[in-house]
Write a protein that binds this ligand. Structure first.
Ligand code: ZN
Ligand code: ZN
Length: 368
């Protein structure tokens, strides 16, 4: 697979900087650097400047940086090796050449901000890359779709194992091992397998040694990582099949999620998607049990712009990749969440999550 091509992205940053009266910016966030250069290592800063772009890294990463910038088409970005912190600060100040330098104030540690301020006039320029990274191109969507397919396929393999006596951690381990086997670089985030009356009632529970019992709701939130791109999916099962109340909750969450998906389209405000999901629970008198936001963008970061919640103000744009993930949670009953990952289009969305969601019954265990 050819790598994502980044040519032209630094010029788009310059155009946005120009609107803020800046000629240059220091990019420190790893995902932002990867989006602009293709570099996947952990050390380095990128100077995007009208006077020429430079990626400043240390000698451990020089060869990797040259290779990755070359294969991602970032041929207009020079690679500079800085051996010491003083070298690096000098390189940054030379690149800034006396003009104000935009920087990510929320990323750069205070100590680094202070020491760099002796060399260059730093100006907070946060959020700019997050906006540019929103609309994904086809090669990015292909990687996210591949990650989503790996997670869906893996869950299909593992779902028949959801029987009494198996633990949350065993299922987590099966999911993560099998995702790697299917070609993922690893899990996209800490896989959630949350079961029973208490654990499943926590939206962000960590897998424990708890063993499933008949009647447990089991919330599985799983994603794969492929070439730096994430996927995100949740399915909920009931061990042995649902009670009447669990089936009613499941039907409500599915109706809520379907309403949210139907609302997704270019030009729609993130808060409208949230409203569509929430109103289904309001009509059922259960809205107090939906205790988190409706969705978020997914790309080089698992949580990125845009965020879909009651106070979201951004309009969706074609190419946004977002989750829609309503849920209901109550200690004693457990939890139900259904989450899909979709690409926003001009007339709706394209769903990247292929795993079925029509029933909370786990498939029957395989027999030989
Ligand atoms: Zn998730
Ligand atoms: Zn999510």
């Amino acid at each position: 697979m050819t790598s994502v091509q980044v040519r032209g992205r630094a010029e788009r940053v310059l155009a946005m900087l120009d609107e803020r009266g800046l000629e240059q910016m220091m990019v420190s966030d790893r995902s932002n650097i990867r989006w602009l250069t293709g570099f996947s290592g952990s050390a380095g800063v990128l100077i995007v400047s009208k006077r020429g772009h430079q990626f400043i890294t240390d000698s451990r990463y020089t060869d990797q940086a040259r290779d990755q910038l070359d294969s991602s088409g970032a041929t207009d970005i020079g690679v500079v090796t800085a051996r010491t912190l003083a070298d690096r600060n000098l390189a940054i100040s030379e690149a800034a050449s006396g003009s104000p330098l935009g920087a990510e104030a929320s990323i750069v540690p205070q100590s680094e901000w202070s020491s760099l301020s002796a060399h260059a006039e730093l100006v907070a320029a946060d959020g700019l890359l997050g906006q540019l990274r929103r609309a994904k191109d086809e090669s990015e969507i292909a990687l996210i779709a591949k990650a989503a397919n790996i997670a869906s396929e893996t869950l299909s393999e593992v779902a028949p194992m959801l029987v009494a006596g198996v633990s949350e951690r065993e299922i987590r381990d099966e999911l993560e091992y099998r995702m790697r086997k299917l070609g993922a670089d690893g899990p996209s985030y800490e896989t959630i397998v949350a079961s029973g009356p208490t654990n499943a009632a926590l939206p962000h529970a960590r897998p424990t040694a708890r063993q499933f019992e008949g009647g447990d709701t089991v919330v599985i939130d799983v994603g794969a990582l492929v070439d730096g791109y994430h996927s995100d999916m949740t399915r909920t099962f009931v061990v042995g099949g649902p009670s009447d109340e669990q089936q009613r909750w499941y039907d409500l969450v599915l109706a809520s999620q379907t309403a949210g998906l139907q609302a997704v389209s270019e030009g729609v405000c993130g808060s409208e998607v949230d409203r569509a999901c929430r109103s289904v629970f309001e009509d059922a008198g259960l809205v107090d049990l939906f205790v988190h936001g409706t969705g978020h963008g997914v790309g080089l970061d698992i949580h990125e712009e845009p965020f879909l919640g009651a106070s979201a103000s951004a309009e969706l744009m074609a190419g946004d990749v977002v989750t829609v993930e309503p849920g209901l949670y109550r200690v004693g009953t457990g939890g139900i969440r259904i989450e899909d990952l979709v690409v926003v289009t001009s007339d709706g969305h394209r769903n990247l999550t292929t795993h079925p969601k029509d029933t909370p019954c786990p498939p029957s265990p395989r027999t030989i």
